[in-house]
Design a protein around this ligand. Sequence first.
Ligand SMILES: Nc1ncnc2c1ncn2[C@@H]1O[C@H](COP(=O)(O)OP(=O)(O)OP(=O)(O)O)[C@@H](O)[C@H]1O
Length: 286
Amino acid sequence: MTGMTIAEPGEGKNTLLAVEDLTVGFRTARGYADVLHAVSFRVEQGRTTCVVGESGSGKSVTCQAILGLVPRNGRRTGGRILFAGMDLAAADEATLERIRGRGIGMVFQDPLGSLNPLHTVGAQLRETLRLHTDLSELQRQKRALDLLAMVGIPEPEQRLASYVHQFSGGMAQRIMIAMALACEPQLLIADEPTTALDVTIQAQILDLLNRLKAELGMAILFITHDLGVVAEMADTVVVMRHGRVVETGPAARVLSAPEAPYTQTLLAAMPRLDVAAPVYRQRSAR
Ligand SMILES: Nc1ncnc2c1ncn2[C@@H]1O[C@H](COP(=O)(O)OP(=O)(O)OP(=O)(O)O)[C@@H](O)[C@H]1O
């Protein structure tokens, strides 16, 4: 594999992803401006890190930079992105493509916009597996079926022949998760994956992600503006504002005793978040 492998003396042995001093700027009609300012955080193996912040705080650009998908008018001007010891910021495009296919799975807010409407769900899963694994045709068919069953799609055999528009929003998001997990990634990046769903379906998708995390031992980098979702998902919380990390720490500590004034403001705007996560579920399911 190309790309630089870096020994990290200070890195914890369970760190899967370390974003260090990441700085990204964009050129627009109004000139050049940095939108990420030396962003640093870690994702541990098998754990969930939630990045939370209001709209425009830089959450999505952070994901794009990790995946090497910053829009053309943007540029990373500093920092390192160490994934399993390799600096993705220094990796070539072929390596990044391989990592995006196999090492890191991605789920976005809009599954209908991310899946191909012209091919059946089965064809898309099989194609992903053909590109990124050595499985035979028969094995790919079986794995596609297993993946749909794993994400809780009823009658998976019939559903493999369906097109994405034939699924409800929640079911389409399950398909997107199946696609993202097809090659057994070590890390799943989920950028507001439940924002477009109603609260009951949202809770089901969060449950699914938590179950898959436990079953597969993968790490999750979860992007959200919703502290209720953070309470459901996070082991570690990264709070962002205006392109900067203003606070980071274990979820239990950040949610119960936030240190940054901005985190305190976010929590104060979130009634009853001081009570435990299951209460959020009861409230949201009403
Ligand atoms: N292609 C682009 N060109 C110029 N500026 C951009 C571009 N993409 C993002 N930005 C700017 O970068 C900043 C961070 O945006 P980003 O989308 O990461 O925020 P976010 O926290 O994900 O917000 P949201 O929850 O609304 O998606 C914003 O000020 C945004 O306007």
